[in-house]
Design a protein around this ligand. Structure first.
Ligand SMILES: [Zn+2]
Length: 109
């Protein structure tokens, strides 16, 4: 009888695919809750500018939108961002920039 050899215990590998707590945010257009990283953040800066915050790191009040043309279209047409940021209107320049960004989004399937 051979005693079972303990051998080298395999190191407990961290499971790469394991998801822990995922912060979620709601799209201001379609009101769908999604993981924050799947949404695009628009920020109202302390200077009163409204801009896309690609890195999600800018300070200011944020609003989230799906990376979908339809959500941006709705948000811009229905003044959802203005509502979210409590602004009477987006600065024209910023609105232009957001519209230009929207044009790069894929249309919904
Ligand atoms: Zn959406």
């Amino acid at each position: 009888m051979v005693a079972p050899t303990p051998g080298k215990a395999p190191k407990k590998a961290k499971r790469p695919g394991k998801v822990r707590h995922v912060p979620e945010r709601t799209c201001v257009a379609c009101r769908t809750t999604k993981p924050k990283r799947e949404l695009l953040r628009v920020v109202r800066t302390p200077q009163g500018r409204v801009e896309l915050d690609a890195g999600g790191k800018k300070s200011g009040r944020g609003a989230y939108l799906c990376a979908k043309y339809s959500c941006w279209d709705l948000a811009l047409k229905k003044q959802r961002l203005e509502h979210e940021f409590e602004l009477p209107a987006l600065p024209a320049e910023d609105r232009e920039a957001l519209l230009a960004f929207m044009a790069t989004l894929p249309p919904d399937t």
